[in-house]
Ligand binder design. Structure first.
Ligand SMILES: *Cc1c(COP(=O)(O)O)cnc(C)c1O
Length: 362
């Protein structure tokens, strides 16, 4: 770091580590099979009309907001479109927390961006680890009353793939009714439709739901997500959001993705992925692998004593999965994102070769 940068960079950013994605580690390599970031293996076609690219887009493009409201079964005034759910996370933190004073609460092992966003804004992070069965430690969370402004609950949880019991979320919403927003991150709800809190919005003024087009909708490259909440929450977020967060091409594609026909297509791809999930889980059972957590999302988490060897071997075969072993309680755990059938064939063939080599060496 240069002297100038050292002098200018605030203390809380000096130690901050950026989000570690394989895209940063191995950027630009096209022949690789990416099974690391919970993206969809399907790439769908869209039309672009460039007639209005000379104009700034609407802050909240009406076709996108209405389309998502219809899909989620909520009113347009309960929807905020953002640059991915990640921007929703950051907006909630910037809007409802004060630097050096407020805290968010997270329940690790969980999605990494809650803590990174908070730390980049100099907001404190209280952690209440999941219990050994990956359920919420409700009493420990409730003991943080009046100490936290936002509680992030990832449901289904990434990277454990576990659902969160509805009674647990309801009891938090009630306990924190006058002191904190409970943010239910439903990035994977399409893979577990029971994990859907949208219909409860009008019942709980402190409920916030995060959604995304990056996972089941197969549009991670689009960067489009949604925050669902009651109008007072949405109005507050609109104070902080950039004036033109949704680029015109993004709005056009998102509106097309939310058409009835595209939603039907998405659901077909979803059921294909659910089949591939069963196939992957069955195939993994032939090796010294212990499945960890549950399979409510589009990935499988497992533990193996060969964690590093397997990870390195797959990289040597141009297959990238995700090492989760640094997460709390997930020693020796790897996570595989579901692929389509040929991708999973390629993965399973490589894994078979790896475990055959292990046996030879043993
Ligand atoms: C992928 C993911 C997100 C981020 O979604 P984007 O819309 O791509 O920003 C948010 N939360 C969880 C739990 C995720 O896994």
């Amino acid at each position: 770091m240069s002297d100038l940068i050292k002098k200018l960079l605030p203390a809380h950013l000096k130690t901050l580590k950026p989000y570690e994605s394989a895209r940063r580690l191995f950027s630009g390599e096209q022949q690789k099979l990416w099974l690391n970031a919970n993206e969809s293996p399907f790439a769908n076609q869209y039309q672009l009309d460039s007639a209005h690219l000379n104009r700034y887009p609407d802050c909240q493009p009406q076709g996108v907001v209405q389309g998502y409201a219809d899909y989620a079964g909520v009113a347009p005034k309960q929807v905020l479109a953002t640059r991915g759910a990640d921007e929703g996370i950051e907006l909630l933190i910037r809007t409802f927390c004060s630097p050096e004073q407020s805290h968010i609460l997270i329940c690790p092992p969980t999605y990494g961006m809650y803590a990174i966003s908070a730390e980049s804004c100099n907001i404190g992070v209280k952690t209440v680890p999941l219990r050994s069965d990956f359920s919420l430690d409700i009493d420990a969370i409730k003991a943080c009353k009046d100490q936290v402004n936002l509680i992030f609950i990832c449901a289904p949880n990434n990277p454990t793939g576990t659902a969160v019991a509805g009674e647990q979320i309801a009891s938090l919403l009630e306990h924190f009714a006058d002191s904190a927003l409970v943010v239910v991150d439903e990035a994977y709800f399409e893979f577990d439709p029971a994990s859907n809190w949208a219909a409860q919005l009008s019942q709980y003024p402190n409920l916030v739901i995060l959604r995304t087009l990056s996972k089941a909708f197969a549009l991670a490259g689009l960067r489009c997500g949604f925050t669902l909440a009651n109008p007072p929450v949405i109005q507050a977020l609109l104070k902080v959001i950039a004036p033109y967060p949704i680029p015109e091409p993004v709005a056009q594609i998102a509106a097309q993705a939310l058409s009835e026909q595209s939603i039907t297509h998405m659901q077909q791809q979803l059921s294909e992925l659910q089949q591939q999930k069963q196939r992957l889980i069955e195939a993994l059972s032939q090796w010294p692998i212990e499945l960890v957590g549950d399979d409510k999302a589009n990935f499988v988490l497992f533990r193996t004593p060969h964690k590093q060897g397997l990870m390195d071997y797959l990289v040597s075969r141009d297959i990238v999965i995700r090492d989760q072993s640094k997460q709390l309680g997930l020693e020796n755990c790897l996570r595989i994102t579901l692929g389509n059938r040929p991708q999973q064939d390629r993965l399973l063939a490589a894994m078979a070769d790896f475990f055959a080599l292990q046996e030879q060496q043993a």
